[in-house]
Design a binder for this molecule. Structure first.
Ligand code: SAM
Length: 285
């Protein structure tokens, strides 16, 4: 009997992966956690049935969440806050920078970290880096009251339904603004412009961020296992523009680090901010 994992991307469109084995399945205090194994995508994590990451294509998402901001402000990022990201992939990419001194990973669900440590070492492999402090708390609450504490905040959350909902609010983004230092950067996974449910979330969160930060842009990547594959990221900053301030010197400085990244590169860095017309129209005020 063939087993298939299927995610509804809209009421009339679904995405399925043939499953070889179910490795884990349990309800945590916050969500249903499943780890499945497939020929096509390797092992993959779902939360409440929604695709979070696969061994085969997680490099795209984690490259793009981390390296665009790091390359933009390479020598100015010491203290980083990751909200969500319990699978560890974002932390793994951050620990590749010797210049980063401290990483707070604020994950609401301890079970996600435990499960990924056991079944997805590919992403969880750097959670024990001495610079990493894991805090099991709601990111919305954690960031309240923080001031001038971080150079970079990465919001690696689930979608704006369930525990992730609060991480798409104006209150949360306003608290992130206060928690960032004077040249701080906020990057968030910004959903997708294609299917209506995700496009509405994209527009809502972008306009909230845009109303708070002097610099706010959106960039894109192709992530095969996410709804429509067309995925967006938000880049907000108190000072640096990720395109205007990313000249040949900045690109050369990042390239000099010798970090091999299978998706991100310094040419794509500028190109990913060139959005299709329909996406620009979606983001217009
Ligand atoms: N790459 C995935 C995506 O774009 O959907 C996100 C991966 S990561 C597994 C998402 C994490 O956010 C989950 O582990 C979830 O428990 C966590 N999360 C959801 N809401 C949260 C909140 N309010 N505070 C902290 N972590 C939260």
């Amino acid at each position: 009997m063939k087993l298939w994992y299927t995610e509804k991307h809209s009421k009339d469109a679904r995405f399925s992966i043939k499953v070889e084995r179910q490795l884990f399945s349990q309800q945590s205090e916050y969500q249903k956690i499943d780890v499945l194994e497939s020929q096509e995508f390797g092992r993959f994590l779902t939360l409440d049935g929604l695709m979070m990451l696969t061994e085969k294509d997680e490099f795209i998402y984690h490259d793009m969440l981390v390296h665009v901001a790091m390359a933009t402000h390479l020598d100015g990022i010491r203290d980083v806050l990751v909200i969500g990201g319990g699978d560890g992939g974002t932390v793994r990419e951050l620990t590749r920078y010797a210049s980063i001194q401290h990483i707070d990973l604020v994950e609401i669900d301890p079970m996600v970290v435990e499960v990924c440590r056991e079944f997805l070492p590919q992403t969880a492999c750097k959670l024990d880096d001495p610079r990493v402090r894991i805090v099991y708390e709601d990111g919305l609450r954690f960031v309240r009251g923080k001031e001038d504490a971080y150079d970079l905040i990465l919001v690696d959350s689930t979608d704006p339904f369930g525990p992730g909902e609060g991480l798409f609010t104006r209150e949360f983004y306003g608290n992130c603004y206060k928690a960032l230092r004077e040249d701080g950067i906020l990057v968030n996974q910004q959903e997708s412009p294609y299917y209506e449910k995700y496009a509405e979330a994209t527009r809502r969160s972008y306009l909230r961020i845009h109303s708070l930060f002097p610099v706010s842009r959106v960039y894109q990547a192709h992530i095969p296992t996410y709804p429509s594959g067309h995925w967006l990221f938000g880049f907000a900053s108190k000072r640096y523009d990720p395109v205007e301030d990313f000249g040949p010197e900045a690109a050369a400085a990042w390239n000099a680090l010798g970090l091999y990244t299978r998706y991100y590169n310094t040419r794509l860095h500028r190109g990913c901010f060139a959005l299709p017309t329909y996406v620009n129209e979606l983001l217009e005020e």
